[in-house]
Design a protein around this ligand. Structure first.
Ligand code: HEM
Length: 489
């Protein structure tokens, strides 16, 4: 250590605070001799290094985060009593994390994959997490299929690579994926940056107002930077040249003072319209056409502060679809219901039982008052306070006021599929999306799909995959079949 360094920051120490004499040469038994076990600093340094990582997220491992502000721009008190939405002009701190889904922590950003769009609102009634994607729909509609789906997106147990066989086998056998796959292989499938994409809550959620009235709601976040996407060829080049392209872009734009913003909209469905709506409004593979339920602008959020420490604030950040606040709750969407369990369970495994207490995760505008105690890395925050409830010592007590309104249920338990409404089938909205595209867009969609399907090794898997697109739109299927045949020769 130089004298200047020592003056600036004091001496280097071990983790127990003792001064370190030498950080360049380990202690040895005589000149040229073997290293000694008594070199505490060396042993501590190597052992800590071995433990620097925690398990990466099983999905959405790779992402970038930033803090910012959400501002209410419209009066929504007739729909929800959530306090952070209670007044035009009201501001709430947010933390956002954008991510890819299938790639591991070291993968490239510029790939064809949905993007995670996770938001944490630090409200005065607790943290509200909206853990959405940049797509309004998803591949499947029941949480029980999620682990199988993700296995097909990740590495094959034998080859160690993502396999076209597995991907198209699963999608072909899961026709409800046709809408999302059409979306993903279209022009918006590879965003040019995290700033140039929209976000969606994707699921339907419950809002309830001060009178106890229930509304079903879908969230939309429209980028104010404009949508920008990459073609497959542009993405292939960028992924190789700059694997960190998207996370670098977000950080650098905030450093430059160019703060990205999104305008927040909702679609609102009065509760009594759900049962008779032409689509099952709780089916995550479907959108609510804007003609049925127009978007209403309710706010804006801006990202304006980079995290100082990626590991502490981004890697250890946790988002859970089960983090609601009064006035907001779940819908019966079977995917959402599964996610209400899945995330907190992942957090307990990945970050630990005290993950909620880390600075990025804990409430910022209120405090958590629980009887949960102890466990790994507990910091003793509750001091001498009683650790049981009810108690006579002035500890926190239940409110008796549920966050959301109860839902009526009927019938028998069983492994039922989600109810089908008059216009529900797995293909109608995929076909509508295809027919909305320009001729050039359709051409790129067909090329992107065909390039991937052509890699499949078995004809039956190819046929089944193409057949789903044929059912969405006859021309769509025909063009895709021709393109795949041309590539397969
Ligand atoms: C039932 C289906 C699903 C299951 C079981 C599931 C499970 C998970 C798990 C275990 C994680 C990692 C959590 C962590 O380690 O912190 C995760 C991350 C994530 N999931 Fe899902 N997921 C599902 C569907 C979805 C859907 C439909 C969306 C979007 C609409 C979504 C968006 C995200 C996002 C954005 C993240 C990253 C959150 C972050 O930035 O930390 N997931 N998911």
């Amino acid at each position: 250590m130089t004298v200047q360094q020592e003056k600036a920051s004091g001496p280097l120490t071990t983790e127990s605070g003792a001064p370190v004499a030498d950080n360049q040469n380990s202690e040895v038994a005589g000149l040229g001799g073997p290293v000694l076990l008594q070199d505490q600093h060396l042993i501590e340094k190597l052992a800590r290094f071995n433990r620097e990582q925690i398990p990466e997220r099983i999905v959405h491992a790779r992402g970038a985060g930033a803090y910012g502000t959400f501002t209410v721009t419209a009066d929504v008190t007739r729909y929800t009593r959530a306090k952070f939405l209670s007044e035009v002009g009201k501001q709430t701190e947010v933390f956002a994390r954008f991510s890819t889904v299938a790639g591991s922590l070291g993968a490239a950003d510029a790939v064809r994959d949905p993007r995670g769009f996770a938001l944490k609102f630090y409200t005065e009634e607790g943290n509200y997490d909206l853990v959405g994607n940049n797509t309004p729909v998803f591949f499947i509609k029941d949480a029980i299929k999620f682990p199988d789906f993700i296995h097909t997106q990740k590495r094959d147990p034998y080859t160690g690579s993502q396999e076209a066989d597995n991907v198209w086998d699963f999608w072909g056998l899961s026709p409800e994926s046709t809408h999302q796959v059409t979306w993903l292989f279209g022009d918006r499938g590879i965003p040019a940056s995290y700033r140039h994409m929209d976000g969606f809550g994707s699921h339907t959620f419950q809002w309830n107002n001060a009178d106890g009235e229930v509304f079903w709601v879908k969230y939309h976040f429209k980028t104010d930077q404009g949508i920008k996407c990459l073609t497959q060829a542009e993405a292939n080049r960028l992924a190789g040249e700059d694997p960190d392209s998207h996370q670098r872009d977000l950080r650098e734009s905030i450093e430059r003072g160019e703060f990205p913003t999104w305008t927040v909209y909702v679609q609102i469905m009065p509760a009594d319209e759900a049962a008779t709506y032409r689509f099952n409004p709780f089916d995550l593979t479907k959108v609510w056409p804007h003609a049925d339920y127009p978007r209403i602008e309710i706010g804006k959020f801006e990202l304006n502060r980079n995290p100082d420490n990626i590991f502490a604030e981004v890697e250890q950040s946790i988002f859970s679809p089960a983090h609601f606040v009064p006035g907001i709750g779940p819908s019966p969407d079977k995917m959402l219901q599964g996610r209400l369990f899945g995330y907190a369970d992942a957090h307990r495994y990945r970050v630990g039982i005290n993950a909620d207490q880390l600075p990025v995760n804990r409430p910022h505008a209120t405090e958590a008052r629980t009887y949960g105690r102890d466990g790994h890395m507990y910091d003793g925050r509750h001091g001498r306070a009683k650790n049981y409830e009810p108690n006579s010592f002035g500890g926190p007590a239940e409110t008796g006021a549920p966050l959301w309104q109860p839902a009526a249920v009927t019938g028998y338990t069983g492994n039922h599929a989600a109810p089908s409404h008059p216009e529900d089938n797995d293909f109608v909205q995929a076909g509508n999306l295809y027919r909305l595209m320009s001729e050039e867009e359709k051409g790129r969609l067909i090329d992107n799909l065909a390039g991937f399907i052509a890699k499949v090794s078995r004809e039956d898997i190819v046929d089944r995959a193409i057949n789903n697109f044929r059912q969405a739109d006859a021309e769509y299927g025909k063009r895709l079949e021709e393109a795949v045949r041309a590539l397969r020769g």
